[in-house]
Design a protein around this ligand. Structure first.
Ligand code: ATP
Length: 247
């Protein structure tokens, strides 16, 4: 097992010896990793490896059994999720979780609820980045395609002006062309300096976009390192990423 934390500036996010359990099911067993400011770190691994549990523990949706989570040097292990949004930790949840009966703009306002709704400038920025959302701002979010709904989920998180954006399986259930679009948006967000923690089953794709990667298996980190090094390691590719190098 390799555990190579990213080096350099002090981490914006530090996860130490995290344990998450659902009753007797130990979903996360002693996971540690660090995220440097402005980098994209991905957690990859098969279905059930514990990726969502880690993300939900960071965002305060789940209370870890033990371990410590530090954000900008401050212990946030027991900070509730609504306070973390104000601090700058914002999650794009698995399955998007947009509210289909509300309009697109109303969904965006939910992203800024902690400051009384999305500001006019935040909405302008959003519509400039995602024109399809601007064109249809008064339509119900449920009328959007799956890919557009994922864009809305990402846009809603950006309205909260995250310092650290936690993304849980943003490519799930989307057609390959739409997955390309989602990854293009992820890379754009990262280019603006926002730190990203990306959880993906699409490991190869996520590692191509990431600076550092952590490979999880049944709740433990089994490999970590520079994403490019993980992708270049035939043993890791064969064991965890599948043999098809084309995706
Ligand atoms: P997926 O890609 O399916 O979301 P994952 O890597 O994100 O997988 P988790 O969802 O964190 O993994 O699940 C890790 C383990 O915890 C799995 O064994 C799962 O069955 C179990 N688990 C997750 N949520 C619950 C829950 N609410 N109650 C009981 N067990 C759970």
């Amino acid at each position: 097992m390799t555990q190579t934390p990213p080096s350099g500036a002090s981490p914006v996010l530090l996860v130490e010896d995290l344990h998450v359990a659902y009753g007797r099911v130990e979903a996360v067993r002693g996971v540690s990793f660090s995220v440097d400011p402005g980098t994209l770190v991905t957690l990859v691994g098969a279905n059930g490896a514990g990726k969502s549990s880690i993300i939900n523990a960071i965002s305060g949706l789940l209370r870890p059994r033990s371990g410590r989570i530090t954000f900008e040097g401050k212990d946030i292990t027991r900070t509730p999720s609504h306070r973390l949004v104000g601090e700058g930790i914002v999650q794009v949840p698995e399955g998007r979780q947009i509210l289909g009966t509300l309009t697109i703009e109303e969904n965006l306002h939910l992203g800024g609820w902690h400051v009384g709704g999305a500001s006019a400038s935040a909405l302008d920025e959003t519509y400039a980045r995602f024109p399809v959302l601007g064109d249809r701002r008064r339509m119900s979010a449920g009328s959007l395609s799956g890919g557009e709904q994922q864009m809305l989920a990402i846009a809603r998180a950006l309205v909260a002006r995250p310092k650290v954006l936690l993304m849980d399986e943003p490519s799930m259930g989307l057609a390959p062309k739409v997955v390309d679009e989602v990854f293009r948006v992820i890379e754009e967000i990262r280019a603006t300096g926002t730190t990203i923690v990306l959880v993906e089953q699409n490991a190869r794709r996520a590692l191509r976009a990431a600076d550092h990667g952590y490979v999880l298996q049944t709740g433990e980190v089994v490999h970590s390192g520079r994403a490019a090094d993980l992708l270049a390691d035939p043993k890791i590719v064969e064991a965890y990423l599948g043999v098809d190098a084309s995706h």
